[in-house]
Write a protein that binds this ligand. Structure first.
Ligand SMILES: NC(=O)c1ccc[n+]([C@@H]2O[C@H](COP(=O)([O-])OP(=O)(O)OC[C@H]3O[C@@H](n4cnc5c(N)ncnc54)[C@H](OP(=O)(O)O)[C@@H]3O)[C@@H](O)[C@H]2O)c1
Length: 245
């Protein structure tokens, strides 16, 4: 493979929700895509059958110690890595005072430590390839505004944004860009815990008057990933219909 033209992406949590939409778009644009999640589903089965040369899935937990082995397996299969999208995350909503310590550990491991370790493995590969690359961290409006019941989740996302900025300074000279995409609320399994009353309140406080669509977020990921975004690094781009303005 011509390494300069190599289009290989890793997307964590690509089995459903936003990750799935991003995977579908990358595949349609001709990228080779490796993704993982803890569970397999009908979407993964179908993509494995329809795109055997272009799509690779592995059953893997972000909290496991297997992330660098996964990246090695992607390099063996697809020849390298050009793009990492740190998308997979968990949310356990509830008041901080009554949050079990195991739930705190799970959120910090899956939402912050896992992405940091996955990024390390990918950036080591990108640095060896010497053709640059891009890291996109999926953050949340919880990183920039307070919401009751999401203190730990918000801390992990704010951590991811801080990671984005400092890492961008370090790896810019290697032509590796690092950005955060900061979505407002959209419908998915993760946001299913939001009550109808709170959902209505969020929409009422959103100037554009609705939840985000998955494609609202995916379009910005695509933009960052296209030649139009090639001078953007170290930024957190908010896509929330004005909720936090
Ligand atoms: N939904 C919203 O309103 C919203 C708002 C702002 C930001 N976000 C962010 O957007 C991203 C995508 O969220 P979503 O709503 O699309 O979530 P989702 O529908 O719940 O999907 C999460 C994906 O991540 C995987 N995943 C979760 N925990 C994992 C773990 N420990 N190890 C490996 N894979 C794991 C899930 O598969 P398995 O469960 O099978 O592992 C699934 O593929 C997340 O970073 C989230 O924080 C979401």
């Amino acid at each position: 493979m011509n390494i300069i033209k190599m289009r290989v992406a890793i997307v964590s949590g690509g089995s459903r929700g936003l990750g799935r939409t991003i995977v579908e778009n990358l595949i349609s644009e001709g990228w080779k895509v490796a993704t993982f999640s803890r569970n397999k589903n009908e979407f993964i089965d179908r993509y494995q059958k329809v795109y055997p040369e272009q799509f690779y899935w592995c059953g893997l937990d972000l909290a496991s110690g297997q992330l660098s082995s996964f990246v090695e397996s992607v390099v063996v299969r697809f020849g390298g890595v050009r793009l990492l999208i740190n998308n997979g995350a968990v949310l356990h909503q509830g008041l901080f005072l009554s949050t079990p310590v195991e739930k705190i550990d799970e959120m910090v491991c899956a939402n912050l430590l896992g992405p940091i370790k996955l990024t390390l493995a990918c950036i080591r590969t990108m640095a060896q390839q010497k053709v640059g690359g891009s890291i996109i961290n999926i953050s949340s409006v919880g990183a920039i505004r307070g919401y009751r019941g999401t203190a730990v989740y918000s801390a992990t996302k704010a951590g991811l944004d801080g990671f984005t900025r400092s890492l961008a300074r370090e790896v810019g000279p290697l032509n590796i860009r690092v950005n955060s995409v900061v979505p407002g609320m959209f419908d998915s399994d993760l946001s299913a815990c939001v009550t109808d009353i709170n959902r209505d309140k969020i929409i009422k406080h959103t100037p554009l008057g609705r939840y985000a669509e998955l494609t609202d977020i995916q379009h910005v990921v695509s933009f960052l990933n296209s030649p139009l975004g090639e001078f953007i690094t170290g930024q957190s781009i908010v896509i929330d219909g004005g909720l936090t303005c």
